[in-house]
Each structure stands twice: as structure tokens, then as C-alpha cells.
Ligand binder design. Structure first.
Ligand code: NAD
Length: 300
């Protein structure tokens, strides 16, 4: 393996330590405890795991965690009611509504009901617009984590060619905006892109956010490029025993690592950074709510 491994787990642990330091400082100097409310509707097993992890890590860094678990048949009106209550609750500085929501609920309506100042996922139209126009926004957690790791590895990104594969509102588009904000030359590739291998071969930075196991092989990667693999895909692993599975990214790790300058593994790359960035955004939101200076080291 030629590439340096970008250790997202260690990076996330350092970020959580910085968050915990700010939380302790807010409590000692101002008697303020940052609070994060997470809302889960229904019983999607993957979402339940995410919500549990978010709650645990929120408490571990010294913040207050408010978990709201609602039945799958909860009405949109009841959910909007809860969001309104959380918007008005001074102990809550960040609100996250876990996606996906059940089909009978309009997810856009619910997300946009969140006070943009408490929108620690950065999904409201207001924050999307602020990010798109280069203004101070709440930045979506997964792309924020990717940018932090890229800047740590590369320093100044100005002028670099970046290819983002995937154009989702959650990862691809905000990632492209962030890279543009760093003066990269950005290409967004997607399912209709012609000659994807050639497009990817131009890139100094590749961010893969597709959700297709190991679709990017090493011979698409420019030697020395930095590869950020956002994909999380569960595939059968008969070599581990009958019925066993394992997680892989959107990039074929071994072949990409043989060519790249640096690469994030799956698991242990982008994944751990996402929750750490959520905690960081909550502390930032808390400081802004109280008119305190922006905390240092919590954003890219
Ligand atoms: P999505 O399904 O919303 O978007 C996928 C994108 O990939 C689409 O824009 C589509 O155009 C593009 N695409 C599909 N097939 C393609 C192809 N053959 N070639 C090029 N582009 C193609 O997914 P998402 O929510 O952006 O998530 C993407 C992946 O990232 C998933 O595996 C998801 O689990 C993972 N993810 C990880 C984290 C994390 O914390 N690490 C967070 C969010 C998402």
C-alpha cells in the first residue's frame, strides 16, 4: 500500500476532545450546557443505532442530550409541533431529525421547520443558501468532516482539481460547495456522467459518495491523489462464515490505496467524523445563541 491511511477514528477522537474542552469552558465561565435534541420517528434499525451513538457521544463530551423517539405512525402535525417546542426551548442548541422519515411525512417541511440557528445538520434552505453564497452557515456534518481531513492532509486546497462523485443534498452538493469555497476546481459527477473513469483520473481530490460497493477501482485514481470514501455498503462476506457480512466503501480499497497519496478506510474513515462534527456544530450553535465568540478548532 503506497497511500497514507487517513485515520478518521483518531481524527474524530481529537475533535471530540476539543469539543469537550469548549463544553467544559462554557460551563465553567458562563454556566451554559450545550444541548442537542435528536428526533427519531419509527424503528429503522440503522437509524436506531445512529441515534444511540449520537446520544452516547453527546453525553461523553459533557453536553445535554434530549432524545425523542416517536412511533412510526406519528402524524406530520405532531412532529411539527415537537420541532416548534424544541425551537423555543433555550436548553436545546441543536436539533437533528433523523432521516429517513416515514413516507407519510413531508421530510422537507419538517427539516425547514427547524430554526436555522439550531439546524446542526445544515439541511434547512436557509443554511443551504448561506453555504452556497459563501456566508456563515451551519455546514452539513459529513462533508464538513471530509473537508477537515482534506485540509489536515493537504493544507491549502486552492487550485486543486476535485471530483465529487454523487450529487445528493446531504453529501455530494454541500461537499462540492465546500471545495469551491476552498478555491478548488470542482466537478460533480453522477449517474449520468459520461466517461466517469476519465473524469476521476483528472482529480487531485476524489470524494466518492455514491452508495455502490467498491465501484471506483485503483486505475481511475491519479497517482498521489487524496481519496475520501464516504460510501458505507454492507456486502456478503462468506469468508467470515455463513451469513456474515462486512462493510466496504465506494472505492476498491486495496487497488486505490496502491496508487493514491492518502485514503480514508471504510469503516474508520469518514463515518466517525460525522458524529464528531455534529457535536462541534452544536457547540458552535450554542456560542452563537449566547453571543459568544466562535469556538476555535471546530470547523474547517
Ligand atoms: P444518495 O443515494 O442520495 O446519492 C447517491 C448519488 O450517487 C446520486 O447523486 C447519484 O447520481 C450518484 N450515483 C449513483 N450511481 C452512480 C454511478 N453509477 N456513477 C456515478 N454516480 C452515481 O446517497 P448519499 O446519501 O449521498 O450517500 C452516499 C453514500 O454515502 C451511501 O453509501 C451512504 O451510506 C454514505 N453516507 C455515509 C455517511 C457517513 O457518515 N460516512 C453519511 C452519509 C452518507
Amino acid at each position: 500500500m503506497a497511500a497514507e491511511l487517513i485515520d478518521g477514528k483518531a481524527f474524530a477522537a481529537e475533535l471530540r476532545e476539543r469539543v469537550a474542552g469548549h463544553v467544559a469552558g462554557l460551563r465553567a465561565a458562563h454556566g451554559i450546557v450545550p444541548g442537542l435534541a435528536v428526533v427519531l420517528v419509527g424503528e429503522d434499525p440503522a437509524s436506531e443505532v445512529y441515534v444511540r451513538n449520537k446520544g452516547r457521544q453527546t453525553v461523553e463530551v459533557g453536553m445535554a442530550s434530549f432524545e425523542h423517539k416517536l412511533a412510526a405512525e406519528t402524524s406530520e402535525a405532531a412532529l411539527l409541533d415537537l420541532v416548534a417546542r424544541l425551537n423555543g426551548d433555550d436548553a436545546v442548541h441543536g436539533i437533528l431529525v433523523q432521516l429517513p422519515l416515514p413516507a407519510h411525512i413531508d421530510a422537507d417541511a419538517v427539516i425547514n421547520a427547524i430554526d436555522p440557528a439550531k439546524d446542526v445538520d445544515g439541511f434547512t434552505l436557509s443554511n443551504v443558501g448561506l453555504l452556497g453564497t459563501g456566508q456563515k452557515a451551519m455546514v452539513p456534518c459529513t462533508p464538513l468532516g471530509c473537508l477537515m481531513m482534506l485540509k489536515d492532509r493537504l493544507g491549502d486546497l486552492s487550485g486543486l482539481d476535485a471530483v465529487v462523485i454523487g450529487r445528493s443534498n446531504i453529501v455530494g452538493k454541500p461537499m462540492a460547495q465546500l471545495l469551491l469555497g476552498q478555491s478548488c476546481t470542482v466537478t460533480i459527477a453522477h449517474s449520468r456522467t459520461r466517461d466517469l473513469p476519465e473524469v476521476v483520473r483528472r482529480a487531485d481530490i476524489v470524494v466518492a459518495a455514491v452508495g455502490r460497493p467498491e465501484m471506483v477501482p485503483g486505475d481511475w485514481i491519479k497517482p498521489g491523489a487524496v481519496v475520501i470514501d464516504v460510501g458505507i455498503n454492507r456486502i456478503p462476506a462468506p469468508e467470515r462464515g455463513e451469513g456474515k457480512t462486512r462493510l466496504v466503501g465506494d472505492c476498491h480499497f486495496e487497488s486505490c490505496a496502491a496508487v493514491a497519496g492518502a485514503i480514508t478506510p471504510v469503516p474508520g474513515g469518514v463515518g466517525p467524523m460525522t458524529i464528531a462534527c455534529l457535536l462541534a456544530n452544536t457547540v458552535t450553535a450554542c456560542c452563537r445563541a449566547h453571543g459568544l465568540p466562535e469556538p476555535e478548532g471546530l470547523t474547517a
